[in-house]
Design a protein around this ligand. Structure first.
Ligand SMILES: [Zn+2]
Length: 305
C-alpha cells in the first residue's frame, strides 16, 4: 500500500476514534445528540436523487430535501409518494443570483424588494411544490442569503419555519429555525468532498462545543448536495450514516420533530390559502397592468413573469 494512503487511513481512524469518544461523552451526560439531514438543490427526479433516497431508506435516517421550486415537482410528487420518510422544504424562490450585477454576496432577493414583494415570490414557489407529499412551508435561502425583510415576508406568506446556516444573522423573531452546521462538500475551485479527516474533526468540534454549552435540545444539521457528490462523498456519507445510526448517543430528527405540531397544523391550512394581503403598491400596480383582477392574491401571484 502506498505510504500516503496508509497515512490517510491512519488519520481517518484517529478522527473516527475522537468522534466516538465525543459521542461517548454525550452518552455519559445522559443526553441524546440530535441530528438532522438536509439535502439542497434538488429540482426533480434523477438517478442521483434515487440513490440519495435509497441510502436514507436503507439506513432509516429521516431526510429533508430542500427543493428549488421550478416546475418539475409533479414528477417529484409521484416519486416521493413512495417515500413517506422524506420531507420537502422550499429552497429559495428560483435559485437565481440577482445581485451579481450589483456586486456583494449572492442572493435571489434584491435589496429594494419589500416584505410583500418577497412574500409574493416565496408564495409562487410554494405553489409549485406544495402538492409534494410531506412538503412543509419551511424556507431555506440559497447561499444562506439574508434580507432584512425575509423573515417577516415568510411569516406573511404563511411559512412555519426557516433553515439557514448556524451563523445566519436572522435570530428567529417570528419563526423557529432548523439550521445546518456542517457541509459534506467543499466548494472553492469546484465542488468535491470535504475529506473525511476535515469533516470528522469539524463535526466533532461542533458536538463538543454544543455539549460544553449544554445545548442539549439544539439539533445539529448535516448538509449534502446530491447532484454534486463525487464518489468519495457518496461513500463517506454512507459510512457516516451507518456510524451515526448505530451510535447510542445519536437521535436522528425528521422535519416533523423540528417544527412543533401546532405549526405543522398551520402548515396544512397553509396549503389551502394565501395568508398575506396584497399591500405592495408597486407589485399590485404591475399585476393590475397585467390584467389581473384586483383583490385576488391568486391573481397577484400568477401575474409574476
Ligand atoms: Zn442551493
Amino acid at each position: 500500500m502506498p505510504t500516503e494512503i496508509r497515512a490517510g487511513s491512519m488519520r481517518d481512524v484517529v478522527c473516527w476514534f475522537l468522534l466516538k469518544r465525543e459521542l461517548a461523552a454525550w452518552t455519559g451526560s445522559g443526553h441524546s445528540l440530535l441530528l438532522w439531514w438536509r439535502d439542497d438543490d434538488g429540482r426533480g427526479p434523477s438517478e442521483r436523487l434515487n440513490r440519495l433516497i435509497a441510502l436514507a431508506e436503507q439506513q432509516q435516517v429521516p431526510l429533508t430535501l430542500a427543493i428549488i421550486p421550478d416546475g418539475k415537482s409533479a414528477a417529484l410528487a409521484e416519486q416521493l409518494a413512495q417515500s413517506p420518510s422524506v420531507a420537502v422544504i422550499q429552497h429559495g424562490v428560483d435559485h437565481i443570483n440577482r445581485t451579481a450585477v450589483i456586486g456583494g454576496p449572492k442572493s435571489e432577493l434584491l435589496p429594494e424588494w419589500d416584505k410583500f414583494e418577497i412574500a409574493r415570490r416565496v408564495d409562487l414557489g410554494w405553489r409549485a411544490i406544495r402538492q409534494i407529499p410531506n412538503a412543509v412551508p419551511v424556507f431555506a435561502p440559497p447561499w444562506n442569503a439574508n434580507h432584512p425583510a425575509l423573515e417577516e415576508a415568510l411569516r406573511l406568506a404563511g411559512f412555519v419555519g426557516f433553515s439557514g446556516r448556524d451563523e445566519w444573522p436572522i435570530k428567529g423573531q417570528f419563526l423557529p429555525s432548523a439550521n445546518v452546521h456542517i457541509d459534506l462538500m467543499r466548494w472553492k475551485d469546484g465542488a468535491r468532498f470535504l475529506g473525511a479527516p476535515r469533516f470528522l474533526r469539524r463535526f466533532t468540534r461542533i458536538c463538543r462545543k454544543q455539549r460544553h454549552a449544554r445545548a442539549w435540545s439544539k439539533p445539529i444539521g448535516v448538509l449534502t448536495h446530491h447532484l454534486d457528490h463525487d464518489s468519495a462523498s457518496w461513500s463517506f456519507l454512507e459510512k457516516f450514516l451507518i456510524a451515526m445510526k448505530a451510535d447510542p448517543a445519536v437521535k436522528w430528527c425528521a422535519m416533523r420533530d423540528l417544527i412543533s405540531d401546532g405549526r405543522l397544523e398551520r402548515a396544512k391550512t397553509r396549503a389551502l390559502a394565501t395568508r398575506y394581503r396584497r399591500q405592495s403598491a408597486p407589485v399590485d400596480r404591475a399585476a393590475a397592468g397585467a390584467g389581473v383582477a384586483s383583490g385576488s392574491p391568486e391573481g397577484s401571484v400568477d401575474a409574476l413573469p
